[in-house]
Design a protein. Structure first.
Length: 412
C-alpha cells in the first residue's frame, strides 16, 4: 500500500464507495475515464456519472484533441471538441489527461499524404504541438506525446514520421512538447504492452532512445485494451510495469477496458471479467510509480468495441442501463482493501479478487445476506448497503445482498 493510504483513509469520511475516492485513499492520483464528446451533451445519465468527481477524478478526451480534430487543415486550428473535455474537467474540479499529439492514425490527409523532408515536417510538427499544447497549457496533468509507435509483433510502426525521420522522431517529439509546455508530464502511450512480449521490448527501447538523446520523457501509458480470461495475472502485470519504472519513468493504465470475446456473457464470464479488472488495478497499486487508472469509457451503452470487434463487447464497468457490474465491484474491493490496509472479510461469494499486499496473495471474498426490511428492493447489481448508504437494504428475489467492502454491498 502506498505510504499515505492508511492516513488518507482515516482523514477522509467514508460516506461513499466511489472509485476515485477509493483510489486516492489507496495512494493513487486518480481513477479516471475517457469522455465521449458526442455523448456528454446527449445523455444526461452519462453526463451525471462522468461528472461525479468522487467516481472519476480525471478525464481524457476520446477524440477531441487528436490531430484530425484540432488541425484538420494546415494552420487552421479548431478546439471545439477538445474543449468539451477541458471545460468539463474544469467545471467539476477533475484532472485532465491530454491525448494525443503524434500518432500514425487520425491524421488529416494533408499530413499523412504530404511530401515532406526532415526540415518541413519538423516545422509542421512544431507548429501543431506549439498551438495545441499552448491552447491547453496549464490544464493537462499529462500529454500523450507519441501514441502507438510500435507494431503488434514488434518493430517500428510505419508512419509519415518514421519514413521521414526514422527513430529520430521519438526524441524530436518529446523535445518539441517540452518546449511548448515545460510543466506537463510527457508520455509514450501504447496497447498490448501488458503481455511483456516483443512489443513491450520495443517500447522499452523507445524510452531508452528518447533518454539517450537527452530528451525528456516522464511516463509510459499502458492502454489496457484486454480480453476477459486472457488478461495477465496481477503479478505478471506488475512485473511488466516495473520494466518501465526501472528506467525512471512513471506508468499508468490509460485506456482500460476488458471485453468479452463472445456475447451474451455468462455469469461466470462476468466474474472472470471482474477478477481481470481487479488484477489490473491491483498491479498498479503494487508498483511504486504507477500513478493512476483510466477506463476507456465506463458504460456498455456507449462503447467503441462492438463496431471495432463485431460480436465482442460488454467491456465496461457499467452495463447499458447504468447498473454497476461485477467489474465495478471488484475494482471497488481491491481499492478499498488497499485504502484500509486489510482485505475484505473472508467468506464466499460470486466475486473473488486478489487483494494487496502482493506478498502471499490470497484470494478473499465476502458474502452477506440481508433480512428483508420492507420498502423498496434493489435490483440485480444494485447497491444494498455500505457506510452512508440510505437506500434499500434488501434485494429483489432471487438475489442476495453481498458485502464487497465497508462502503459497498451489492445485489448478486
Amino acid at each position: 500500500m502506498h505510504a499515505n493510504a492508511f492516513l488518507s483513509a482515516l482523514l477522509v469520511p467514508a460516506v461513499s464507495a466511489q472509485l476515485n475516492d477509493l483510489a486516492v485513499r489507496a495512494g493513487l492520483k486518480y481513477f479516471g475515464t475517457a469522455l465521449g464528446e458526442g455523448t456528454i451533451n446527449s445523455d444526461s445519465q452519462y453526463a451525471a456519472i462522468l461528472s461525479d468527481k468522487s467516481m472519476f477524478g480525471q478525464l481524457v478526451p476520446e477524440n477531441g484533441m487528436k490531430w484530425d480534430s484540432t488541425e484538420p487543415s494546415r494552420g487552421q486550428f479548431n478546439y471545439n471538441q477538445g474543449d468539451i473535455s477541458a471545460n468539463t474537467a474544469k467545471r467539476n474540479g477533475q484532472g485532465l489527461r491530454c491525448h494525443a499529439l503524434v500518432w500514425y492514425s487520425q491524421l488529416p490527409s494533408w499530413v499523412s499524404q504530404g511530401s515532406w523532408n526532415r526540415q518541413t515536417l519538423t516545422s509542421v510538427m512544431e507548429t501543431h504541438i506549439n498551438n495545441v499544447m499552448g491552447h491547453y497549457k496549464g490544464q493537462c496533468y499529462a500529454w500523450d506525446v507519441i501514441n502507438e509507435a510500435v507494431n503488434d509483433s514488434g518493430g517500428w510502426r510505419d508512419s509519415v514520421f518514421l519514413r521521414t525521420f526514422g527513430t529520430d522522431y521519438f526524441p524530436l517529439s518529446f523535445n518539441l512538447a517540452k518546449k511548448a509546455d515545460p510543466n506537463t508530464k510527457l508520455y509514450y502511450n501504447d496497447y498490448n504492452l501488458e503481455y511483456n512480449a516483443a512489443k513491450t521490448d520495443y517500447a522499452v527501447d523507445l524510452v531508452k532512445i528518447v533518454q539517450a538523446a537527452g530528451a525528456p520523457i516522464d511516463g509510459v501509458g499502458f492502454q489496457g485494451h484486454l480480453i476477459v480470461g486472457s488478461t495477465p495475472s496481477r503479478a505478471n502485470l506488475a512485473t511488466t510495469l516495473k520494466r518501465f519504472t526501472a528506467l525512471g519513468v512513471e506508468v499508468a493504465y490509460t485506456e482500460l477496458d476488458i471485453r468479452h470475446s463472445s456475447l451474451p456473457a455468462s455469469s461466470q464470464a462476468s466474474v472472470t471479467q471482474g477478477n481481470d479488472y481487479a488484477n489490473v488495478v491491483g498491479s498498479c497499486l503494487d508498483v511504486d510509480g504507477c500513478i493512476g487508472v483510466t477506463v476507456w469509457g465506463f458504460t456498455d451503452k456507449h462503447s467503441w468495441i462492438p463496431s471495432t470487434f463485431p460480436g465482442e463487447g460488454d467491456a465496461m464497468i457499467y452495463d447499458s442501463n447504468y447498473n454497476k457490474k461485477p467489474a465495478w465491484t471488484s475494482i471497488s474491493s481491491v481499492l478499498a482493501a488497499a485504502a484500509t490496509g486489510s482485505p475484505p472479510a473472508s467468506s464466499t461469494t460470486l466475486i473473488t479478487v486478489t487483494t494487496t499486499p502482493p506478498v502471499s496473495q490470497t484470494p478473499t471474498s465476502t458474502s452477506v445476506g440481508t433480512t428483508p426490511t420492507g420498502g423498496a428492493a434493489s435490483p440485480r447489481w444494485g447497491q444494498c448497503g455500505g457506510i452512508g448508504w440510505q437506500g434499500p437494504t434488501r434485494c429483489e428475489s432471487p438475489w442476495t445482498c453481498q458485502k464487497q467492502n465497508d462502503w459497498y454491498s451489492q445485489c448478486l
